[in-house]
Write a protein that binds this ligand. Structure first.
Ligand code: NAD
Length: 329
């Protein structure tokens, strides 16, 4: 029976891991710790390894895994920048990731927040917390009358386009790569058209040198005063201070943010008040801004897929086959 060790397992993953192990007749050891020079020794005697982390792997780990006869590292997550691919190659370690575990999870969160913004629910919440049950001044619109602009129609942007389109909205998109299968759901155009014509602008590009700070003061000025920004992608795509100014000056109507550029300081933990940056506090106080803690991915389907897609690739490699998601050939 093949043996796989999984590092940094979460409680929510355990039932899916146990089921996969049973279905595939593989022995799996789960440990909560991440892969470090202190914990790498636990991999001795195992055939495969499956990890999840963001801290760069210590360089000593690669030759140690090689000395144990291990031939792969599977990152059960999208990002693998914490793995030194050169060292992995040099030590005969094939690397795989899970590039798209549930695009719909993130797309559904974006849609949910967009609908909350459109229906002005943040304003209603604010009023009702003061026992003010009047609706005066909070007339909203209906989604099928709106134009939704998708920036980056890949896995998540594409799923978003399909959902908005199913609700009857007009969907336009900007993406340097056009996918014929998306054409029933959207019309490709350019960035300026997306910014100027959309009632909802939803951004789903990767964060890189080209896309960093893409939505700045100039972009917000182009948007409709009634438009909403949805950012479920990466905080660094947006110049947060420019967004705050645009919201304060009424250049756009609201925003839903699952990520903020400086979130690493405070997200994924119980933060102390002094760890909370000013931009978060200002945004959080606005009734037309919805913030979630980088949790758009966190659904049962996503967890199941992360576990199964990662382990499937470990087993393919152990059986001498090509994995589904190799990071390099
Ligand atoms: P993807 O690679 O499938 O799609 C990205 C798309 O953006 C591609 O089609 C690409 O051609 C396009 N693109 C690249 N540069 C562009 C530009 N300058 N202008 C317009 N389009 C451009 O990626 P994905 O899996 O859909 O992920 C999208 C984003 O969501 C990423 O930033 C990812 O980090 C983020 N994400 C967030 C969560 C969360 O929990 N909030 C979870 C997973 C992924």
């Amino acid at each position: 029976m093949k043996k796989i060790i999984m590092y940094a397992t979460l409680d929510v993953e355990v039932p899916f891991i146990k089921q996969w192990a049973k279905d595939h007749q593989v022995e799996i050891k789960m440990v909560e710790e991440r892969l470090t020079p202190e914990t790498v020794g636990w991999a001795k005697g195992f055939d495969g390894i499956d990890i999840q982390q963001t801290h760069p792997l210590d360089p000593s780990i690669y030759p140690t895994l090689k000395s144990f006869g291990i031939k792969q590292i599977t990152a059960r997550m999208v990002g693998y920048d914490f793995i030194d691919l050169k060292l992995a190659r040099e030590n005969g370690l094939q690397v795989t990731n899970v590039p798209a575990y549930s695009p719909r999870a993130i797309a559904e969160m974006g849609l949910t927040q967009a609908l909350r913004l459109v229906r002005k629910l943040g304003y209603y919440d604010q009023r009702m917390s003061k026992l003010d049950f009047r609706w005066t001044g909070l007339e909203s619109t209906e989604i099928y009358n709106l134009t939704v602009g998708v920036i980056g129609a890949g896995h998540i942007g594409g799923a978003s386009a399909q959902m908005y389109s199913a609700l009857g909205a007009k969907v336009i998109a900007v993406d340097p790569v056009h996918h014929a299968e998306m054409e029933p759901f959207l019309t490709y155009t350019d960035l300026d058209t997306v910014l100027t014509q959309s009632d909802i602008v939803t951004i789903h590009t990767p964060l890189n040198d080209e896309t960093a700070n893409m939505l700045d003061a100039a972009a917000f000025k182009k948007m409709k005063k009634t438009a909403y920004l949805i950012n479920m992608a990466r905080g660094g795509l947006v110049v947060t201070n420019d967004l705050i100014k645009a919201l304060q000056e009424g250049e756009i109507a609201g925003a839903a943010l699952d990520t903020l550029a400086d979130e690493a300081q405070f997200f994924e933990k119980q933060a102390a008040p002094e760890e909370i940056p000013e931009d978060y506090k200002v945004l959080k106080a606005m009734p037309n801004v919805l913030i979630s803690p980088h949790s758009a991915f966190y659904t049962d389907t996503a967890m199941k897929n992360i576990v199964e897609m990662g382990l499937d690739d470990v087993l393919l490699i152990l059986n001498g086959k090509r994995p589904n998601y190799p990071v390099f050939e």
